[in-house]
Design a protein around this ligand. Structure first.
Ligand code: ADP
Ligand code: MG
Length: 696
């Protein structure tokens, strides 16, 4: 007699049939310990049997999914290279599969008589073939492939293989769990689900593994993606709510210092700069800490916005900390601020890593007693025991360089200043709300009027003579040039070695009549300082540098940026470096020296030639590299996506965001009994973030 469902979702998998101690350990190594973990081990993809093409119907240049049995396979050789080849048949026709890369590895896993599901673009070479197909090894007779239309394909890792858990094994395991599983409780109420047009979690978790058809599967995918976006947005909503509960300084008047600086500017602010300042001033008057991200392409003039904001805050009797990602940039900001400071009666100080102890002591003391109003420095500013008399505003420049620094870190230190982050990396909209969903967004979408477009050219090393000639001519006209060297790997040289070698060579030949300087990260701060100051004063005509120069440097008289080994840089980096020129009235040039040809790099360089639109470049970068790398692994650390996709889920992200913010507006501490399940899942997912939200 069959009894009812007997397995609870929280049950440990070690009690399941067919899972002994060895398999328990192997699964645990992948984080699968409970039935729930097992069900959340989503298929890598699905094979839809109804979309499988019979081999007799396949056509050249189409992308197909096909299933067949390996007839012959083995390593082959042309005169040039080795490859692995397998031919499959489904009884209606033949298809050849070819692997040039990883032939050795493939030869160990693809065997005669195996059934393969393959996917890829059909080529023709003595018959139909796919080069480097996606493929899965299917199992024999009792595989659900024979019964169900949509077949889940899982990732099988090394631990699984050791205990002989293959795709079929996983399918059987999951199927037997599902057959005996009690109804899975939902996180949300029925009314929430119907309002959001989501299927119940119970159905979603079953159908993600075994769906009767594509439509049912896609409903399941939608529900599970929603959950992931929802909980991340819930984190954002809770952070925002917890920031609101604490009192921040109320700043209504702009004050005379602001006016003094404004009057000194020898240009008009752009409309975009004015609009952003208005948004900031509005925030400052609310009594709730500002938490704003200012986005503006390189050269759009963010620094002046920061300075004016700082002047307002100081004018209200508070202090300001400005953080930059590098010492050089901190130096530069310090100088910019100082240039305007005197007339406005502002006291600025610099605080960086390698300062003399006495000097540092002085700055620290002056911050405590309030003599220093603005301190500019590196990350050390908030990491270390730096005390302020009354800190009212923290500005973070080039925020994307820091990883996750948020107001939360400061609040945790017992401060509640306003917070303004600035970034030149234009973040696509869906990504901005994913990563910075707790921040308000301001955008400078306009360049100062006096700018001319920068001319970007990719050149081969052979043409460098002409380029050097051109540089000499520009220098003769009084302009300046930067030459950047990357890390040169195959010669095992550091970027420093490459740059200093080039410096020696160029300074003694091509540019022997020009003043050439060398800037790199290992110089002492005072030396860097001196060199940057000399460059800013046009006492150095040509600055050879490592990538330390990449971010933020502002010398409007420089009109040529020459990037060596440009193929080694990512798009965002190239765009940043190009942003070092074109900052004044003169026409500027970005010369990208290509030393090696590769498909990927050529695409990047061609894009640089074609556009200077930071948003377009960021979008492409994201497509080419994927979000993790784009934003740095550290940043994605708290985004736990198994199934959600930041790039393609735009509408669903917005829906989840709205739902999460509404829920928090109703129930800011998640105390409502109806939200108990949401609360529990949130706590489980975001353990390490709990201290920065207020849900106790
Ligand atoms: P970024 O946004 O890249 O940080 P900066 O703030 O360094 O850009 O500004 C780039 C250059 O443009 C600086 O030399 C700055 O003085 C100048 N600048 C800023 N705003 C304007 C403006 N409205 N009109 C003309 N030049 C401006
Ligand atoms: Mg800047």
């Amino acid at each position: 007699m069959k009894s009812g469902p007997t397995i609870d979702i929280h049950a440990s998998i070690q009690f399941l049939k067919g899972i002994g101690p060895a398999r328990t350990r192997a699964l645990a190594a992948t984080g699968i310990e409970s039935v729930s973990d097992l069900l959340y081990y989503f298929p890598r993809r699905h094979l839809n049997r109804t979309s499988v093409t019979e081999l007799k119907f396949i056509q050249r240049d189409t992308i197909v999914t096909a299933i067949g049995t390996v007839q012959v396979c083995g390593e082959r050789k042309t005169r040039k290279r080795k490859f692995f080849q397998a031919t499959i048949s489904d009884g209606t026709g033949l298809l050849t599969l070819v692997w040039f890369n990883g032939a050795k590895y493939i030869s160990r896993i693809v065997k005669k008589d195996q059934r393969l599901a393959v996917n890829g673009k059909i080529d023709y070479f003595h018959g139909h073939q796919i080069i480097h197909p996606e493929f899965d090894i299917l199992d024999s007779d009792d595989d659900p492939i024979n019964t169900s239309a949509v077949i889940p394909l899982y990732s099988i890792n090394q631990d699984f293989k050791k205990v002989r858990i293959d795709n079929r094994g996983l399918r059987l395991m999951i199927r037997s769990v599902l057959e005996n599983l009690e109804q899975i409780p939902d996180l949300f109420t029925d009314s929430f689900l119907s309002q959001q047009q989501l299927i119940p979690l119970d159905q979603a978790l079953r159908n993600i593994h075994y769906a009767a058809d594509e439509q049912i599967l896609s409903n399941a995918v939608r529900r599970l993606k929603f959950d992931e976006h929802f909980f991340l947005q819930l984190l954002m909503a809770l952070r925002k709510a917890s920031a609101k509960t604490t009192g921040a300084p109320i700043i209504k008047a702009s004050g005379t210092r602001f006016v003094k600086i404004y009057e000194q500017l020898d240009f008009d602010l752009t409309d975009a700069q004015k609009k952003v300042l208005k948004e900031i001033r509005n925030d400052l008057g609310q009594g709730v800490a500002m938490n704003r991200l200012l986005q503006g392409d390189v050269g759009s003039g963010k620094t002046i916005v920061a300075l004016l904001t700082a002047a307002i805050v100081v004018g209200n009797g508070l202090q300001v900390a400005v953080m930059a990602p590098t010492e050089i940039l901190a130096q530069q900001h310090y100088q910019t601020f100082n240039r305007y400071a005197e007339a406005a009666h502002l006291t600025c100080a610099l605080l960086v890593g390698n300062q003399k102890v006495a000097e540092r002591r002085q700055v620290l003391d002056a911050l405590v007693d309030g003599r220093v109003q603005i301190v500019v420095g590196t990350h050390a500013l908030i990491q270390e025991a730096v005390d302020f008399k009354k800190l009212g505003l923290v500005i973070v420049d080039e925020q994307h360089r820091f990883g996750v620094i948020q107001r939360g870190d400061l609040v945790a230190k017992g401060m509640n200043p306003h917070f303004l982050a600035m970034t030149a990396t234009p973040i696509p909209r869906t990504m901005a709300i994913t990563y910075h969903g707790d921040m308000d967004l301001s955008i400078i979408d306009e360049m100062p009027a006096n700018r001319q477009p920068i001319i970007t050219k990719v050149v081969e090393a052979e043409r460098l003579d002409r380029v050097y000639h051109f540089i000499r001519a520009e220098v003769a006209r009084g302009q300046q040039c930067m030459i950047v060297y990357p890390l040169v790997e195959e010669t095992a040289k550091s970027d420093l070695a490459a740059a200093s070698e080039a410096y020696d060579q160029l300074a003694n030949s091509e540019f022997r009549d020009q003043k050439v300087g060398l800037l790199h990260g290992r110089l002492k701060p005072a030396e860097k300082d001196q060199i940057m100051a000399a460059f800013a004063a046009n006492e150095i005509n040509i600055l050879v540098a490592t990538t330390v120069i990449e971010v933020g440097i502002d010398v409007p008289n420089a009109t040529i940026m020459l990037v060596e080994h440009a193929e080694r840089f990512g798009l965002t980096q190239l765009h940043q470096m190009r942003g070092r020129v074109g900052r004044g009235k003169e026409k500027s040039y970005c010369i990208l020296v290509r030393r090696k040809l590769t498909d990927q790099a050529d695409r990047r360089l061609a894009l640089m030639e074609r556009t200077s639109d930071g948003f377009e470049i960021a979008d492409e970068d994201l497509k080419m590299r994927g979000p993790g790398e784009f934003y740095g692994a550290r940043q994605s650390g708290f985004v736990k996506y198994k199934i959600a996709n930041m790039l393609t889920d735009g509408p669903l992200i917005r829906q989840a965001r709205q739902a999460a913010f509404e829920l928090v507006a109703d129930d800011p501490h998640l105390r409502n009994p109806q939200n108990q399940a949401v609360r529990n899942r949130f706590i489980a997912d975001y353990q390490q973030m709990l201290e920065i939200v207020n849900i106790s």
